[in-house]
Design a protein around this ligand. Structure first.
Ligand SMILES: [Cu+2]
Length: 164
């Protein structure tokens, strides 16, 4: 009797340990997924990055326009030439569809400009504009200044952001 009882216990113990041996498997695949996103973050180690939509929409200095700037490369990483979409509205929310846009920028703390000469190459309609030739060649704080002219109105906005 006692022996059979012990055998029973032994089997339950074996089953239990079999269960606990199986249990960690889903965790392993969970860890695997976590490692995938760490691999993506690993790209940043070469100098910094930022999410494509990290910039808050901004009102221009004289309050004429609201500008949204979103990268088409997500995340924005250094040393990759890419495009942004700019959206321009009047502050009451009407798209500005015939704007002239100038762009300048760089890293004030380093006294250098953009490594490229980005410019708006296409009017996409509905207040959207294609800004091509963007490139950041190091991590840190960058500024991007846009000059907006629409008819006889012009205004300026400066975005400041960090690739970290
Ligand atoms: Cu710099």
């Amino acid at each position: 009797m006692a022996v059979r009882f012990c055998a029973c216990l032994l089997i339950s113990t074996l089953l239990l340990s079999a269960c606990s041996a199986v249990a960690p498997l889903p965790q392993v695949s969970g860890d695997g997924m976590a490692m995938d996103s760490e691999d993506k973050a690993g790209m940043d180690m070469s100098g910094g990055s930022m999410l494509a939509d990290a910039l808050e929409p901004q009102t221009t200095e004289n309050g004429l326009f609201t500008i949204t700037a979103i990268s088409r490369l997500d995340p924005v990483v250094i040393n990759e030439t890419h495009a942004w979409t700019l959206h321009i509205e009047t502050t009451d929310g009407s798209p500005v569809s015939e704007a002239e846009i100038t762009i300048d920028g760089g890293m004030p703390a380093h006294n250098h400009g953009f490594p490229t000469a980005p410019r708006v190459t296409e009017n996409l309609g509905d207040g959207d504009y294609l800004l091509e030739g963007m490139r950041f060649n190091m991590g840190g704080v960058w500024v991007m200044t846009l000059g907006i002219t629409s008819g006889d109105q012009n205004d300026v906005v400066t975005f400041e952001f960090e690739l970290k």
